[in-house]
Write a protein that binds this ligand. Structure first.
Ligand code: AMP
Ligand code: MG
Length: 470
């Protein structure tokens, strides 16, 4: 049997200034490292048992039947700085299958590569594979990983490193930056085509730019609140890394927090802490304001539109705050929120900050009733907090234990394990990579075999920064 993907390529029906036809660049030594069989099935693929064919397709060495490979154009604000032209510099969209984009990332230079080599090295490819699949298992909207392949070629970063290609699946790759590039070029016709397309694909119940904006804002508010609730730091929330679908996209210098601190940053290039954990709600509102600005040229009465869009953006922080409260209340077993719950949550987070408590384990220990392991009980205010929390748990109609068990994972992809996994993979050992994928598929289940993966890093193991050598 040969590989069959039921491609239906709709993006190429958009005005051709939105993309460039671009085939992936064949590689010297294609080798398949991982393949996500359940995802392949969900995409309607008929799988081949020919390992060589899979390696060729998912390393970019051969283009599967029915694909119409393109690189997509976009622009974006990177760390607040406007960049008028970005685009897929090292990725190609093969096409869509069952409504999902299938994209190769690291598949060679495109017209948007600027001075880049179009490639990715093994480390970030494996990181994105593990972390994006872990996010999905946590129930958080995200792009998925279909395959990882080695290219058999060395690429230059700060040293020669093995090249690799990730096959990414997304409900689309339309970004805030895709709207921005057309707005900046005053291409109203292109903008309307993109909006119609995005509405049909993602928000078919909306029609006007304002309703579309509202829908995207609601999805992004939900997404960022969800990130916060698992201690996730995206690291590069540029407008080109902000998907209209509301999925998490672009796992660069991202990480899950170990010790809780709202100011935690991971990216070595984020010197001002713009994308720190606690800043993410403000940043998403800023990004949504850029989307709003990009939609303005579509409105005839721009004064009225400015007012309407401004109201939508101004309402976002309180909307996000409400979802944040619900998610954190659920982490404390509270499914019915009252006004004082916000203080209950923030007091606990303050104690955790003060005690440098592990974010994931603290909530899990509270869930399991083994709080003496958190370290937070040593805090003077903890007894008072605990008494209040215990009282609050009494008047819940849904079992607090059940709610907590579903809201507080045992397992997150800890950054030091990811770094160790990458180091071992570069040395040819993929055991930890496969183990992380297997175990992180069930993050809410306590498993004795995975106890070592629940441990925070020791001082030596701690990864303080992730370099953007992607
Ligand atoms: P990212 O930081 O991965 O979101 O990438 C930002 C922009 O830089 C996107 O337009 C990428 O396609 C482009 N880019 C990143 N790395 C490379 C590379 N090695 N070669 C070409 N373009 C790249
Ligand atoms: Mg990007």
């Amino acid at each position: 049997m040969t590989l069959h993907i039921p491609f239906d390529n709709t993006y190429v029906s958009l005005p051709n200034r939105l993309f460039s036809h671009q085939k992936p660049t064949p590689v010297r030594g294609p080798k398949l490292l991982a393949f996500n069989h359940p995802l392949a099935e969900a995409l309607g693929m008929t799988e081949t048992d020919d390992a060589v064919e899979l390696a060729n397709v998912f390393s970019g060495s051969s283009v599967p039947d029915g694909a119409e490979p393109i690189a997509q154009l976009y622009a974006g604000h990177q760390f607040g700085q406007w960049n008028p032209q970005l685009g897929d510099g090292r990725a190609v969209l093969l096409g869509e299958s069952n409504g999902y984009d299938i994209q190769l990332k690291g598949s060679g230079p495109t017209p948007y590569a600027r001075r880049g080599d179009g490639r990715a090295w093994l480390g970030p490819v494996l990181r994105e594979y593990v972390v994006s699949e872990a996010m999905h298992a946590l129930g958080i909207p995200t792009t998925r990983a279909l395959a990882a392949a080695e290219t058999g070629e060395e690429i230059m970063r700060d040293r020669p490193l093995p090249g690799a290609v990730l096959t990414r699946v997304a409900s689309s790759h339309i970004r805030v930056g895709t709207f921005q590039v057309l707005a900046a070029r005053q291409d109203v016709e292109g903008l309307q085509s993109l909006l119609d397309y995005a509405i049909a694909r993602h928000y078919p119940s909306t029609g006007t730019p304002a309703d579309f904006l509202k829908a995207v804002v609601a999805k992004q508010a939900e997404l960022i609140a969800h990130w916060m609730s698992v201690g996730f730091i995206h690291g590069v929330m540029n407008t080109d890394n902000c998907a209209i679908s509301g999925e998490t996209i672009d796992y660069g210098p991202c990480a899950f927090m170990d010790a809780f601190h709202p100011g935690q940053v991971f990216s070595s290039i984020d010197r001002n802490g713009r994308y720190a954990y606690g800043n993410q709600p403000q940043i998403i509102a800023w990004n949504m304001a850029q989307l709003a600005t990009s939609l303005l040229p579509l409105e005839d009465n721009s004064d009225a539109a400015v007012e309407e869009f401004t109201n939508i953006i101004n309402d976002m922080p309180s909307m996000l705050r409400r979802i944040w409260q619900e998610k954190f209340a659920a982490k404390l077993g509270l499914s019915k929120i009252i006004d004082s719950d916000e203080a209950l949550i923030t007091q606990l987070l303050a104690i955790m900050t003060n005690q440098k408590a592990d974010f994931t384990n603290s909530f899990r220990y509270l869930t399991d009733g083994s709080v003496s392991e958190t370290g937070i009980e040593a805090h003077g205010d903890y007894a008072t907090w605990h008494a209040q929390w215990t009282a609050r748990k009494q008047d819940q109609s849904t079992s607090p234990e059940e709610v907590m068990a579903k809201s507080n994972p045992y397992l997150i992809p800890r950054n030091h394990q990811i770094e160790l996994m990458i180091t071992q993979a570069v040395a040819g050992d993929y055991e930890l990579f496969h183990r992380l994928n297997a175990v992180l598929a069930a993050p809410f289940e306590a498993s004795v075999e995975a106890t070592d993966l629940t441990t925070p890093p020791t001082a030596e193991e701690k990864v303080t920064q992730t370099f953007c050598g992607t």
